[in-house]
Design a protein around this ligand. Structure first.
Ligand code: GLC
Length: 546
């Protein structure tokens, strides 16, 4: 039986651009990550997932790779990466790489050759197709808005496919050579000692055909490229040809548009070891449509989709934040009156779920969204595209469109430089202007300050992480939902020997319940003093049932 390390450890996602800038050039780097390994060890982290560190023009911040075998010089060298693996190993921290293989950067030499030379064999590594009369080859659109076809310059009526930005051309997985190349990439990093891969948009890599798609505002044509049989087959092949040859190698998939049944199929067929679902990330508090006002949102909108997946699949990657999401306290908690309580309640909620827990950098100190971020300060390509499309569809001003986009989908809120202390640039570096502006709250919310405060969010995370790391019940117990109201989540985690009841109030309301504390012992709670049979605003408790 292969080791399933990913089931036992908490995974911490690092966004390298923003974590720690050791050489003070404005960009985070690998040396910076090495400097902070002790911090992560002390937090109780057993594995880190690095967002892409490969050579890239950074049009989509590294999710556009121009050389899979090189490290982006902004982050350091291959030697720095080897040092990181060695230093992490000394501390028993494993490394997970981001595998972005649906597309490459348009600056990848093979794409460049394909673009310039009609007869290049690399044309078939991508999707080059003739237009349909004056129109693109089909009616599909890109996830980042607009058509997913871009015209090839200096060539008549020729287009290439990109499901994301036009600088991210899609690879053709009907081509054997492309699959073999990915296998080489996997081996290259596994041989270096990496434990697994987080696979970017991995359920979309295989395009069954290029027919027109059914009508849909977003991602038209998805029925021809999401969760196709060919997709399963490729992942099964990676398993057999590569992963199975390594002791503990695993894959976690980024998979939107999934049902629990299809998700479970990925696991049962060993195509993936686990995956991220997106139902909760798209829950109502996400005011995608501008007329959606916050009062419509109830915490149950968050609990319900999460519980659905907890119940229906055998294992999952559980998360509230990543580099594409708004900060969870800003979205699901309370930035003001119950700031600390709500951040701690979210920590209890997340770290009590079934599956592998993913914590995103800064989540453990209660990082908030920016107070103010302007269009000009925004870096995120998706947010900028979203402003353009909102303007086109709703005929509104740029300011208005940006206001909505900023509150809902601007990914820069998650990407601000990490807040280490209250010195210049929050200790991210020594003062060089960072690639993205510093979050305005850095003087109040930072590691140094929270380390010294007994009841800080950081110290609470530490406690909660320790509890999870030491508890077989929290790590491996079954999940069972207990009926509750619109504001309070209640669920059990149970093994044959032990039952935990987790109660999380994600609202400002107070609830009385005569039986709340009956026959139970409190294991951990986010208030210093718990009033018997009362659940205070944002109060969260882990009970052991006697
Ligand atoms: C994934 C990444 C996101 C990126 C996109 C295209 O969704 O998480 O950051 O923009 O894929 O690669």
């Amino acid at each position: 039986m292969k080791k399933q390390v990913y089931k036992e450890r908490i995974i911490y996602q690092i966004y390298p651009l923003s974590f720690k800038d050791a050489n003070n050039d404005g960009y985070g780097d690998l040396k910076g990550i090495i400097e902070k390994l002790d911090y992560l060890k002390d937090l109780g982290i057993g594995m880190i997932w690095l967002s892409p560190i490969y050579a890239s023009p950074l049009k989509d911040n590294g999710y556009d790779i121009s050389d899979y075998y090189k490290i982006n010089p902004l982050f350091g060298t291959m030697q720095d990466f080897d040092d990181l693996i060695a230093e992490a190993k000394k501390r028993d921290i494993k490394i997970v790489m981001d595998l972005v293989i649906n597309h490459t950067s348009d600056q990848h030499p093979r794409f460049q050759e394909a673009l310039k030379n009609k007869d290049s064999k690399y044309r078939d590594y991508y999707y080059f197709r003739k237009g349909n009369g004056k129109k693109p080859p089909n009616n599909r659109n890109s996830a980042f808005s607009g058509s997913c076809w871009e015209k090839v310059p200096n060539e008549d009526n020729m287009y290439y496919l990109h499901l994301f930005t036009k600088e991210q051309p899609d690879l053709n997985y009907q081509n054997e050579e492309v699959i073999k190349e990915v296998e080489n990439i996997l081996r290259f990093y596994l041989d270096k000692g990496v434990s697994g891969f987080r696979c970017d948009v991995i359920n979309q890599i295989y395009k069954t055909n290029l027919e027109n798609g059914k009508f849909s505002l977003f991602s038209r044509g998805r029925e021809h490229y999401e969760n196709q049989e060919g997709n399963f087959k490729i992942l099964e092949r990676f398993r057999k040809e590569v992963l199975d040859k390594y002791d503990e190698a695993f894959l976690v998939g980024e998979t939107s548009a999934l049902t629990p049944k299809i998700g479970q199929e990925y696991i049962d067929r060993r195509a993936l070891d686990m995956f991220f679902e997106f139902d909760h990330a798209f829950c109502k508090s996400f005011k995608l449509i501008p007329i959606f006002k916050k009062p419509f949102y109830k915490p149950k909108d968050l609990f319900k989709p999460i519980f659905k997946w907890q119940k229906e699949v055998s294992w999952i990657g559980a998360y509230l934040e990543n580099h594409d999401q708004l900060r969870s306290v800003s979205r699901f908690g309370d930035e003001k009156e119950f700031y600390k309580e709500s951040a701690k309640a979210l920590s209890i909620f997340l770290l009590s779920l079934k599956g592998t827990i993913f914590i995103y950098e800064g989540e453990e100190i209660g990082t908030l969204n920016y107070k103010n971020l302007t269009y000009e300060e925004t870096n995120d390509c998706m947010a900028k595209n979203a402003v353009d499309s909102t303007r086109k569809i709703l005929h509104v001003s740029k300011n208005r469109a940006f206001k909505w986009v900023n509150k809902t989908v601007n990914r820069d809120h998650a990407r601000a430089p990490f807040q280490w202390d209250d010195s210049v640039n929050g200790g991210f570096n020594e003062g060089h202007t960072p690639w993205l502006k510093i979050n305005e709250y850095y003087k109040e919310i930072n590691v140094k300050k929270e380390k010294n405060e007994d009841n800080s969010i950081l110290n609470f995370y530490k406690k909660m992480i320790r509890l999870r790391n030491e508890s077989e019940t929290l790590k491996f117990g079954d999940f069972e939902e207990i009926k509750s109201n619109n504001y309070v989540a209640k669920f059990l985690r149970k093994t044959n020997n032990e039952i935990f009841l987790i109660v999380v109030n994600l609202s400002k309301k107070t609830f009385k319940d005569k039986k709340l504390d009956e026959s139970k012992e409190i294991i951990l709670s986010n208030y210093e003093k718990h009033n018997k049979n009362v659940l205070k605003p944002y109060e969260a408790i882990i009970y052991k049932i006697k």
